[in-house]
Write a protein of this length. Structure first.
Lengths: 322, 322
DNA sequence: ATGAAAGCGCTAACAA
DNA sequence: TTGTTAGCGCTTTCAT
């Protein structure tokens, strides 16, 4: 593969001039610059990133470490991060931690070693590995789940869960169950807390917690059905799939036999009949804001951490009409 | 951030020994190695990736460039690639080309510049930028869509589309429409071709082509409805969402008023009523095989290109019962 | 405006 | 087994 030296020889200039020309420095003669560019073209020259990054001590790449690539909520965040980053000249590489702290740690190390310009992270838990990022001085912004002493973009999950539950109460449901995510995951805990906030004895507490996945939803729903709830608050869209499957098996129809509201406005929620009442989170905006915070922090590393809290809104649909 | 020099000083050895110890070379005294490791730990040492990659002239990273992160088919491929790559000690960074040749080109350049060990690519079209990868000698494997003179993992889309259409014919439908993906995209063209293969005059050709997205499906379906089809073959799951929406608007019930079969067994396809007949593609296996091919090519760069064709299978469900 | 040369942090010959 | 040293390809002073 051609190096800067080859280009310099072909263009009959020094490597310094090649570097300057290709990086658009103003101090280079237009004619020379042109000669350099065509030489580079002819050789199919691609600057050696590692060498450049080593010398510059920085890269134009963000790492985005999310807990589940197969969850539309996170892919929507990815789109938001990407759009904003691209505009500012950064590329985004996506790493899937798969809700697995070990994989998260691996990817944080990769990000650190590759000296990425910044990291957007949806933390899988207490994540001791964050400490390394901090020590390395790499800018980090947490999304969806909090991370102390760090820029963050969060959603007011608790309030959203409370409102969703109040919506169920207002619709006349009296035995409202909650299918929550795994204990210890902040969004999961918050949603359960919001559910409790709303009850005030107007419904018994019927809670089950499980993994943020379809199988988790399935298990929790099977189990909770024993308590014969007349409505269900489900903590995310992957779980909702499992819950709806179980309901169908049991011959229970959403909206008629049992009210259902779930977090995340996944693309399929309007296809089912009746369509699913959801709590829509501004996923794309979360990503965009995270990228903005990262850019701001790069520009001003000493700035105190900023926490952005975005709202979620209920979209009432058929599954909660009594 | 600590460098190898700092570690060497703290451990009282040379940088060479540090490098050897940390990379697990056998030729280093266990006691020394231990001293080095604890020194590295104490300093929170993270090897400088750019420097290492520059020197080694290789990285342990694969780039996976897919055309749409929000499409479950591609995220499933991502999982397959990742699982296999991780096992072999490689990390995978995911780049979203968004069906946009310009973004694809950008990410190919990034991959090239960062000197990744290999690229898995779902090409967005003729992709002239592949030429650069080839010139750079970077191993590439194409997934889902063909790429000349290159390892490839494909699905026999044409056959699958033919079988799906035959299934519709066997079910007694006589005006079978085809909602195809964008012309020029190979999988899209193949699926339309398979549809035609099956017809033999047993149904008029009712074809519409659009983007591989929900809006594309919506447009094409609205348009095609004018030809009053009694069944529909839909080219992917994102389009299927749009198609089903339009059907619902028009008061047409899948499986009763109009038969529907779509490519991709998305998670929601069993939730709708009746559930959706689909052509299931082995997405995860596609990814895993792609990663295997990449590893094989790295081990043996001169080996002639291998093309793996995987099968897809029809899963008949309620939406095609007459 | 251009070139010469130093050096980013690491690994791999080569010596010892 | 360990250390010394050259150099990977680039950018950036410092001269000119």
């Amino acid at each position: 593969m051609a190096t800067i030296n080859d280009v310099a020889h072909l263009a009959g200039v020094s490597t310094a001039t090649v570097s300057r020309a290709l990086n658009g420095k103003s101090t280079v003669d237009p004619a020379l610059a042109e000669r350099v560019r065509s030489a580079a073209d002819e050789l199919g020259y691609q600057p050696n990133g590692p060498a450049r990054n080593l010398r510059r001590r920085e890269t134009a790449v963000f790492a985005l470490i999310i807990s589940d690539v197969e969850n539309p909520f996170f892919t929507a965040i990815a789109r938001g991060v990407e759009d904003t980053a691209q505009t500012a000249g950064y590329s985004v590489v996506l790493c899937n931690s798969d809700e697995n702290p070990e994989k998260e740690r691996r990817y944080i190390d990769v990000a650190l070693q590759e000296r990425v310009a910044g990291v957007v992270l949806s933390p899988t838990g207490a994540s001791p590995s964050i400490e390394r990022l901090r020590r390395g001085g790499t800018p980090v912004v947490a999304v969806d789940r909090p991370l102390i002493a760090c820029d963050q973009v969060l959603v007011d999950s608790r309030r959203a869960a409370r409102e969703a539950t109040e919506h169920l109460i207002a619709a006349g449901y009296t035995r409202i169950g909650c299918i929550g995510g795994p204990p210890g995951v902040r969004t999961a805990d918050d949603r359960v807390a919001g559910y409790r906030d709303a009850l005030h004895g107007r419904s018994p507490r019927l809670e089950r917690r499980a993994e943020y996945r379809t199988t988790g939803g399935r298990q929790a729903a099977r189990d909770l059905l024993a308590d014969s709830p007349d409505a269900l608050l489900v903590a995310n869209s992957s779980m909702a799939i499992g819950v709806l499957e179980v309901l169908a098996e049991a011959g229970l129809r959403p909206g008629r036999d049992v009210g259902v509201v779930a977090f995340d406005d996944a693309p399929w929620t309007t296809l089912i009949n009746p369509s699913l009442t959801v709590v829509a989170q501004p996923a794309r905006e979360i990503g965009a804001e995270a990228a903005r915070l990262l850019l701001a922090r790069i520009a001003e590393p000493a700035h105190p951490p900023v926490v952005t809290i975005l709202g979620a809104h209920l979209i009432p649909r058929g599954s909660t009409r009594h």
